[in-house]
Design a protein around this ligand. Structure first.
Ligand SMILES: [Zn+2]
Length: 278
């Protein structure tokens, strides 16, 4: 049997609303409940954004603290990964939650275009976020929207700005950035292995590409991400009923490819994360 596959659930994100799909969890209690269902379905990492009382994205550490506490209480052992993404704040506000010492946090190491804006990650901000992750012992998940981000992460590991081994998420299918293209994924994997041989990787597809990217990642021995942040549909005409439904779809692909789904202990061991006292 091949090595276990870690499934990450991206529960909310910054963009989806109840108008897109009523199942998108917005309040902290909805987020905790949706994460719990996804945990039971097989997800071992929760990738988290938070919203303010009006449902708008925020980087408010107090919201992140409540979500982190809720997940730790209701999903014991699950890996909590907080987003430092640029849609929910600006500048150093993006890293204001890192002193909460979550298991992991997302980290973008370069800029690119998003559908309607520039996703700005200037070098000084990237270095500051990376230093805060080192200081708080938070493992970064490198969000690679471009091949240059893979190489930059490896350079940062080599010069000590990031602690290895790297865990890199290839995000494919964001409009105006890299498309979901299997040969590009192969180039990402090959480049990562060449520049950072001890690294592991995960892949996420946006929108309709979620399913095919889940399948490529699982077939190629990587880890994968599902959830309503990236995609609110099961197919062209059917809304996904829950985050858990999208996780179950990834679990079914793992079964087809003879990949056991990593439980939280296995996932923590594979990622070199601390084991919580439960
Ligand atoms: Zn995110």
């Amino acid at each position: 049997m091949s090595h276990p596959c870690i499934i990450c659930v991206a529960i909310t994100g910054s963009l989806p609303t109840k108008a897109d799909n009523p199942a998108v969890p917005i309040s902290i209690s909805e987020q905790v409940e949706s994460t719990h269902e996804s945990f039971e379905a097989g997800a071992s990492i929760a990738h988290c954004h938070v919203r303010d009382d009006e449902g708008k994205p925020t980087s408010d550490p107090e919201h992140f603290a409540r979500l982190k506490e809720g997940i730790e209480r209701h999903c014991p052992g699950m890996i909590v990964q907080l987003s430092t993404g640029g849609r929910s704040g600006a500048g150093q506000a993006r890293g204001g939650m890192l002193p909460l010492k979550p298991d992991m946090a997302s980290l973008s190491v370069g800029s690119n275009n998003f559908p309607t804006r520039v996703y700005e990650n200037p070098p000084d901000l990237v270095d500051w976020l990376a230093s805060e992750m080192l200081r708080n012992d938070v493992k970064p998940e490198i969000e690679a929207f471009d091949l240059s981000h893979v190489i930059q992460a490896a350079i940062m590991q080599r010069d000590g700005r990031l602690k290895g081994p790297l865990y890199v998420q290839f995000v494919m299918g964001v409009k105006n950035a890299m498309p979901a293209d299997e040969r590009i994924l192969d180039i990402y994997i090959e480049t990562l292995k060449r520049y950072a041989p001890d690294a592991t990787w995960c892949a996420a597809g946006i929108g309709a590409a979620q399913l095919v990217v889940n399948e490529w990642a699982i077939a190629k021995g990587g880890h994968t991400r599902a959830g309503l942040e990236d995609n609110v549909r099961l197919d062209r005409t059917t809304l996904a009923p829950s985050n858990a439904a999208l996780v179950k779809r990834a679990v079914a692909i793992c079964e087809r490819y003879d990949r056991p789904v990593a439980d939280w202990k296995t996932a923590r061991r594979m990622l070199g994360l601390r084991m919580p006292d439960l």
